[in-house]
Ligand binder design. Structure first.
Ligand SMILES: [Zn+2]
Length: 603
């Protein structure tokens, strides 16, 4: 058996990073860093004080932007290389390598900082005139984004004070949260003995097929969180208040405003998504009623939510996974399969599980003049096949956006997951269609439905929790542990209705979610991405082939436009409820399909 696994592993590819550098000792790394530092210093000399100037001409601004993009892109290569090397082999040496490169890159970027500030300060009339010039068309969105924060920027001196004081203020509290979380210990009884586990291990037990293990893990997590509740509440109160102070100074009129601005979405659009999730909550209850039946329980408890549906699963070899992906992509668009094929052929994928390799999966876009790299740990589960499809979706997105240039390579945050979720959906459909029994189909569908719940409904619940906490903290001052617990429990009970019994101690479970601490209100972006993609998928199913070229154009746009602009050229109006409902309808169909298949299993 062990021999068999090793044989499988040896056929799984690792990547070839030589398009970046030949290795950590490649002399070109030092040379490039030195060269681009020189270029950045020259750039600063050439343009500082001359961007925000009445003498600026469109031609000069365009020249400066081209120069800035080139320096930014080229000087980032050692950093990307270091990150990839570290992910593939995390150890003291590679960590130090990352750190060294980071310091040198920061040195370069310091000389470029003035540019954004001056660009933001340019008078509106001048900018309007410039953006009409054909040579600046390519940078129009980049310029708009830099300037969108103008109204909320403070003076340079004030910004410096905030940055300095943040180190001992908000960042220090965020760091305390990390310390508290990473050092937290949870005890659990196993075989008559007490076992001490860290948080990630206790959370992993919630996926155990054994109900008693899950129940004990949930109990243990609640107990541990409860012990630290006062600290968590204090940290959270402090950060919410810190944000309120900064929002006031920066003249934001409500807590979510800064996030919406960064995401380039309007308040109304976010509210529409929240409303659609609210109206479709019945789907959650509907699904968990089915899951309860499948598991054969009288009642579903909070610790049963992640219970696996089937235990045995057929392993998929890497070659087979590759075929499934190329075939499902190719059926959609031969161009997509062709691009994906390149990643397999040219060594741009690191899928081989190895000692020292980081966990998880990602796609690094790298630069527009090269190509993305895909990273994952392929162990042969169907989940891994979908992950590969997901990351290759990202890769295709970036590949198609390359002509837009380095500044527009990444899509706006809320569109970031479009191509990946879509790619995963294509692979999921292929796997589902090749399932040999209704039982296998049910298990696949349930896995996918739960994934969609996690990135749609659950994120909106978290967003509502945050909204309530920030609002109430603003109106009534410091929040007691019980008050925050109450927001959490109420928001979650709303989601699950009567389908899952959330125990009283579930009220403490807001305490371990890092997003609330590090990136307030970020969570809805996941919902946006998931529902958007499901809605697009619904459109594809309805429109058939006519959809495909439009979809590829959407990917080609990369980050060159705002989300609503990119989508409107696709005849999509994200302010319309009907569009988002289309995504929910796809989910609904999946739940119906799971139910229908389960009926035949039972027979
Ligand atoms: Zn992704």
């Amino acid at each position: 058996m062990a021999k068999n696994i090793n044989k499988i592993k040896s056929t799984i590819p690792s990547w070839n990073l030589s398009d970046l550098y030949s290795g950590v000792n490649d002399a070109r790394i030092e040379r490039d860093l030195k060269n681009w530092l020189k270029r950045a210093i020259r750039f600063e000399k050439q343009y500082k004080g001359k961007i925000n100037s009445p003498n600026l001409k469109a031609e000069k601004l365009a020249k400066a932007l081209i120069g800035l993009e080139e320096i930014s892109e080229q000087s980032s290569k050692p950093g990307y290389f270091a990150q990839l090397v570290f992910a593939a082999d995390a150890n003291e040496t590679t960590r130090a390598f990352v750190k060294k490169i980071e310091e040198k890159t920061t040195e370069i970027s310091k000389h470029l900082l003035f540019f954004d500030l001056e660009l933001a300060d340019l008078p509106e009339a001048a900018i309007k005139r410039f953006l009409k010039a054909p040579e600046l068309k390519k940078y129009a969105h980049f310029v708009k984004v830099v300037r969108s924060f103008k109204r909320h920027k403070l003076s340079e001196a004030e910004e410096k004070i905030i940055a300095d004081k943040d180190l001992t203020g908000a960042s220090a509290f965020a760091r305390l949260f990390e310390e508290l979380t990473s050092n937290a210990k949870y005890d659990i009884a196993k075989g008559g003995k007490k076992q001490i586990l860290n948080q990630s291990r206790i959370l992993a037990l919630l996926y155990s097929p054994d109900r008693e293990s899950r129940r004990k893990a949930a109990d243990s997590l609640s107990r541990g969180l409860k012990q630290n509740a006062k600290f968590h509440a204090f940290i959270y109160n402090t950060l919410v208040q810190d944000k309120a102070i900064e929002d006031r100074l920066r003249q934001y009129s409500y807590p979510q405003q800064a996030r919406h601005l960064a995401n380039e979405v309007s308040k109304e659009v976010v509210e529409t998504i929240v409303g659609v999730c609210d109206r479709n909550r019945g789907l959650v209850s509907d699904y968990y009623a089915l899951k309860r039946k499948i598991l054969g329980y009288k009642e579903l408890h909070d610790y049963d939510r992640y219970a696996p549906i089937t235990a045995a699963e057929k392993k998929v070899g890497f070659e087979e996974a590759k075929d499934i992906i190329l075939e499902s992509f190719g059926k959609f668009s031969p161009e997509m399969a062709e691009i994906a094929q390149k990643f397999f052929d040219d060594g741009w994928i690191d899928a081989q599980p190895r000692d020292g390799k980081r966990g998880g999966a990602f796609c690094s876009f790298v630069t527009a003049d090269l190509h993305p790299y895909v990273f994952l740990n392929f162990l042969g589960s169907r989940r891994d096949v979908m992950t590969l499809g997901h990351e290759l979706g990202h890769a295709i997105h970036a590949w198609l956006a390359r002509p837009k240039g380095y500044f527009s390579l990444g899509a706006p945050l809320v569109l970031c997951e479009t191509a990946s979720v879509f790619g995963e959906m294509l692979v999921f459909d292929a796997l589902k269609n090749s399932a040999t029994s209704p039982k296998e189909k049910v298990s696949l569908l349930c896995g996918k439905i739960e994934d969609i719940f996690a990135s749609s409904f659950r994120q909106i619940i978290m967003y509502e929790f945050e909204s309530e906490a920030h609002k109430t903290r603003g109106e009534k001052g410091e929040l007691a542990v019980e008050a925050i617990n109450d927001f959490w429990l109420r928001a979650n009970r709303k989601m699950f209705g009567k389908s899952v019994r959330l125990g009283d101690d579930y009220k403490y479970w807001w305490m371990y979610i890092p997003h609330f601490i590090h990136t307030p209100f970020y969570v809805y972006a996941y919902s946006f991405g998931e529902l958007l993609t499901l809605s697009l998928y619904a459109k594809y199913q309805k429109e058939g082939n006519a959809f495909i070229p439009k979809y590829l154009r959407l990917l080609e746009a990369g980050g060159s436009e705002s989300p609503s602009r990119i989508l409107s050229s696709f005849d999509i109006d994200i302010s319309k409820r009907e569009f988002w409902q289309g995504g929910m309808d796809v989910l609904k169909k999946m739940i119906e399909e799971a139910k229908a298949n389960y009926k035949t299993v039972k027979r």
